[in-house]
Every structure is written in structure tokens, then in C-alpha cells.
Design a protein around this ligand. Structure first.
Ligand code: ZN
Length: 267
């Protein structure tokens, strides 16, 4: 298990996979990824309970990026907001960015789960700042450059992101996506692409990627390294790191493609 601070390679960006499983397979927690200890991408996993296991806390988060509104990517966000509001050290000021409708969706979840009183308390104590991202967005948020492209997944808006700190490594996040133009733009821009791979032996339903398409992307984008996640089944794939829950890697820019991966690997 990685030390969140002491193990960081100088000049690199720390990526932690909090949840690596697909929506319903039970082979890992649902989607959530952490960049350094400040940026969370999706919140399908019980982040508030998992971060303390690696010495982190939701209080350190400055930014949450939502890729889309499926429950396996966002349903634990009300819990995170509650943990932030009622933590030992409540900290106001959390930017939450996502597709149009993110604010209404997340506040609706919070209200449905806990009612008006908690909704008001979260607003008061967390003071979320809402940012709408869309296809082609490039935003400077809490010291990170966040790029967004629309991807084709299911109904409703879906975005894939790139996240970069201070000219460091660009880490891409597919969210859920088919092999579409927006996904290719994110892959092309990324040093490390954290890519969903819902199907292993065959294409899968619901607007997802499978192993055969990932192999195609690896061949098409040799400058991009791949980490596969959102998985039901797993196996080795040359040129890709296979994620598991709480895998933590230090990512440097412009790395060659390689094989394998392990805790505290340098990617
Ligand atoms: Zn999903």
C-alpha cells in the first residue's frame, strides 16, 4: 500500500485507483480515482471510508470531477459531502465540475437521501462551487488544467477528462465510453490513459469498451500508456497496466509504453 506523501516521485503526479470494478460485477469497488490527494474523478466507491486506509482524508479534496450521472460513478458523492461537512476538520470550498446538470443531479441525490436539513448543512459547511464542463472545455481548476471531451456512452451527457498539474503528466480518464471521436482526443492528449474496459472476452452492452478495442487504441497511440479499469474480468494485456482497488502509481510525463504494473509503480 502506497504512502501518500513519502512515496511520491519528484515531479510526478500520484494516481490512486480507489475503485476499479464495473457497475455490477462485484470485482472491485465502483469508479473513483484520485490525482495527488486533491482531485477526485467520479465517486462510485465509498471514498470517505477508503481514503483513510491509505492515510488520506476527504478534507484534502479540492476538486471533484463527475464524468456522467450513472450511479456507479456518482452515487457515493452525497456521502462524501456529508463526510466533508461532519468531519473532524470541516473545510469549506470544494469545486464540483461535470456535465451540464451536475449541480441539480447531485443536490437532488443529497435531498432524496437525507432531506432538506442536511442539504442546507452541506451548502453551509462545504460551500460547493459548481462548474459546468462541456465538449472542448479547457478549464483551470484549483491549480490543475482540466480538459473535457464529450464521449458516446448511454443516454445523458458523458465527458472524458484530462487532468494535468503544473506542466506535469497528463492523465486521461475515459469515464464510460464507446470507441468514439471524443475518447480518441483524450487518449491522444494523455501520457497515461485510465480507460474503462467493461468487456474482456467480447463486446459488452450499454455503450462500453472491450479488450479488442483497447488493443486497437494501444496500437494506434503508442505514445500513450494505458491503465485498464471498470472491469468485470481481468487478464494480462501487453502495453497496459491492469488496475485493482487502491492501486497507486506515480505518473511522469512522456513515458514509454510498457507492461505490467504494481503498487507504487512509476508509470
Ligand atoms: Zn460505469
Amino acid at each position: 500500500m502506497a504512502d501518500p506523501v513519502a512515496g511520491v516521485v519528484a515531479g510526478s503526479t500520484r494516481l490512486t485507483v480507489v475503485g476499479s470494478g464495473d457497475a455490477f460485477g462485484g470485482r472491485g469497488c465502483n469508479a473513483a480515482y484520485l490525482v495527488d490527494d486533491r482531485v477526485l474523478i467520479d465517486c462510485g466507491a465509498p471514498v470517505h471510508a477508503l481514503l483513510p486506509r491509505i492515510g488520506m482524508d476527504v478534507a484534502s479534496l479540492d476538486l471533484v470531477l463527475v464524468t456522467h450521472f450513472h450511479a456507479d460513478h456518482v452515487v457515493m458523492l452525497p456521502i462524501l459531502l456529508g463526510a466533508r461537512a461532519f468531519g473532524d476538520e470541516p473545510r469549506a470550498g470544494l469545486t464540483i465540475a461535470g456535465p451540464v446538470g451536475t449541480r441539480e443531479y447531485v443536490l437532488g441525490l443529497l435531498h432524496a437521501g437525507y432531506g432538506r436539513h442536511l442539504l442546507d448543512l452541506v451548502q453551509e459547511r462545504v460551500q460547493p462551487r459548481w462548474v459546468v464542463l462541456q465538449d472542448g472545455s479547457s478549464a483551470s481548476l484549483v491549480g490543475y488544467t482540466v480538459g473535457a471531451h464529450a464521449v458516446v456512452h448511454s443516454t445523458g451527457p458523458s465527458l472524458a477528462y484530462t487532468v494535468q498539474r503544473d506542466g506535469g503528466a497528463v492523465i486521461g480518464f475515459s469515464g464510460d465510453s464507446t470507441l468514439c471521436a471524443g475518447l480518441r482526443r483524450i487518449v491522444a492528449a494523455s501520457d497515461l490513459m485510465v480507460c474503462e474496459c467493461s468487456g474482456w472476452t467480447a463486446p459488452t452492452e450499454g455503450g462500453h469498451l472491450w479488450r479488442g478495442e483497447i488493443e486497437q487504441l494501444i496500437a494506434e497511440y503508442p505514445q500513450t500508456r494505458f491503465m485498464l479499469t471498470h472491469m468485470r474480468a481481468r487478464g494480462p494485456l501487453p502495453g497496459a497496466i491492469i488496475a485493482h482497488d487502491m492501486l497507486s502509481v506515480d505518473v511522469s510525463a512522456a513515458v514509454p509504453s510498457g507492461d505490467g504494473g504494481h503498487d507504487r509503480a512509476t508509470a
